[in-house]
Design a protein around this ligand. Sequence first.
Ligand code: ADP
Length: 842
Amino acid sequence: MGSSGGIQIPNRLPLLLSHEGVLLPGSTVRFSVDSPRNMQLVSQRLLKGTSLKSTIIGVIPNTRDPGQDIDDLPALHKIGTAGVAVQVVGSNWPKPHYTLLITGLCRFSVTSLLKERPFVLAEVEQLDKLEQYMTPSTHSVSAEDGELGELSQRFYQAAVQLLGMLDMSVPVVAKFRRLLDSLPRETLPDVVASMIRTSNKEKLQVLDAVSLEERFKKALPLLNKQIEGLKLLQKTRKINPDNEKRVLSVRKGGVFPGRQFNLEDEDEDEDGDDTASLERKVHNANMPDAALKVCRKELKRLKKMPQSMPEYALTRNYLDLMVELPWSKSTKDCLDIRAARTLLDNDHYAMDKLKKRVVEYLAVRQLKTSLKGPILCFVGPPGVGKTSVGRSVARTLGREFHRIALGGVCDQSDIRGHRRTYVGSMPGRIINGLKTVGVNNPVFLLDEVDKLGKSLQGDPAAALLEVLDPEQNHSFTDHYLNVAFDLSQVLFIATANTTATIPPALLDRMEVLQVPGYTQEEKVEIAHRHLIPNQLEQHGLTPQQLHIPQDTTQAIISSYTREAGVRSLERKIGAICRAVAVKVAEGQRLAKTNTVTENSTQHKDKAAPPEMPIVIDHIALKDILGQPLFELEVSERLTLPGVALGLAWTPLGGEIMFVEASRTEGEGQLTLTGQLGDVMKESAHLAISWLRANAKTYQITNMVGGSDPLEGTDIHLHFPAGAVTKDGPSAGVTIVTCLASLFSGRLVRSDVAMTGEITLRGLVLPVGGIKDKVLAAHRAGVRRVILPKRNEKDLEELPANVRADLDFVMAANLDEVLNASIDGGFPGPSGSLTHSQLTSKL
Ligand code: ADP
């Protein structure tokens, strides 16, 4: 063999590792590539090259598992086929890949590997003469005598016999006939082996047959087998001559010769052919009859389609999804209630009520396996561990976990998929999730159900309802799949920041479990038990390398975060870990006293082991995280009359809210700014009306000395943080306090915050969200909180240490509010004697 003279392929070739097909010289095969090395080869070589030479690559059959391409190069097959890439098509869907059309030129063997990255480059030796595939027939082989001549003659005759059995009116068959006579005989084994129906294994044998004689010997039985198969088929179908045309089905489009004849019903032994393997997968997928029927129909269509048709890819993708779905694959539940309790406790600090309810829920599920219970919905501010509890539930059950983010979803096809007639159609998130987890009984966390949108494309909430309804979800039909999938084994858990915006029909299906925010102390515990160890591990650090003392954690919480949950606390700890990781990596100790606490043994100096923990004290904290983001701003801001501190509830937890008022000479106008809702505006009007009515009693005067606050005076009320819309009645008491302070010129106590709705007659009505509001006040360093008297029962929910730290004033009317809030009391109708009772230290 060897390449004595004639046309040469380059002796260095980039190698395409083919997982799916075998390229033989003289045929054209379509390859779909998506592994990293092959992708690099296409993008860096084929798409960048300009010369003809750069389109020549080597195709090496890779018999190993495609997944292994990522790391080590698998042991390569020794023989491959050099080919010209005649077409490159790239696509990004469903994942990035290229489709290459390659025409085989000649065999080569790999002599040495030059490099493995970014793609494989090898030194090769050409094994076949290249001319033979390009010049017309010289009948060189038949001229020789002996065994080879005889073999080639037999082969030629068998090919003629095969042709005789096929329908000449089909263009491909006619072309085959022409080629058979015009091609040199020595090319026939390769060309015929790639045209008739052969498995990859059989093609590989032909490829490996370097000597011509052996090649004829390997290919002849394949040709004969095809003839026999065809004979058999014709015999059975003789009754119906129409069937004969179906015997021949054209599969692969392409250039020279590049066609294959397939016997439709004879694919049991074809492990290489991809529709056949797809067919096998369909049968092994264990799908219900309805789905199987659809798949069979689609398979049939697929086989009749040329691969170049766009619809081929669509149908193919559909079938790939169908066989991948976990129709009957599930994990086995392993529920041990006591273990579940321990696991939840180990993973989460505090949140006792929630954990208790979750354990109950699991226990009921264990006793009664049918799943028709309500769906749990965890409601609370961000970062309080809702997702994390969901994940633990999956873990206790031994189930797979998958989170489906619903925030901003406003199209029902996001849930239920697009119909397949639609360009770029896809299955919805539920089906996609099932495909990802690969079992039909995962825990699905429907995250942020309160943020579902609505649009012209249908209401996603309605689609979700169908998913969650136990009466319907055993036959959930995704538009893309168009056959029912049984969701009844899926355990759904929902999360939300507020119930207010959850569509009512959906809310009705769910059992709401409130997850309130954490107190400072709880956060410190969570940080030390969970967040710090987790972050250390994620950054590859050990407690021997980094130590964060408790008071540092406290400082992080109060000066660098303002939140109900612990998410930014976790991020700040992450930032510290990153900073320390750099130091550790540099092999340095954080030098000098200012960053190391006194008790650390810096004097030992070089003798100190490198594992000395780096201790984060306040100075180190400032160095890493910068200036504190939040001061205890309360006391500073309340140094002028006309400012009061209210408490607000938002879906992100409780917050403190300043109310500012000013007055100027004018015509009695009230201006409100700060993005207020209607209810809030009404509260402001109510407050002014009440003050006008009671101006005499409280000796309030306006700018011109009269007793009507609005006479000759313009009033401006502002609620800072103007970008946030504020609404609700609970700012009533704050507005009254703020205005009373403005009109009287007396300061509001700097350590007081309040909440409560007011009536025209000066009563204080109860409001919601007390726990979150009080926690926010506590966070902000407030000492006294004024609450509606009828909210007294809510105080029981507060953690003991918060109750101990705060004075609570339970006010039934505005008089009591003003007395408790204005510095030095506020002389009212009954004089300054009837101070509200101080329910201190509950
Ligand atoms: P959510 O889903 O409520 O927004 P996450 O579950 O994402 O919050 O929680 C944010 C982070 O805080 C996670 O790393 C979680 O483990 C942690 N976390 C929250 N609450 C607790 C808790 N009570 N105990 C331990 N870790 C917690």
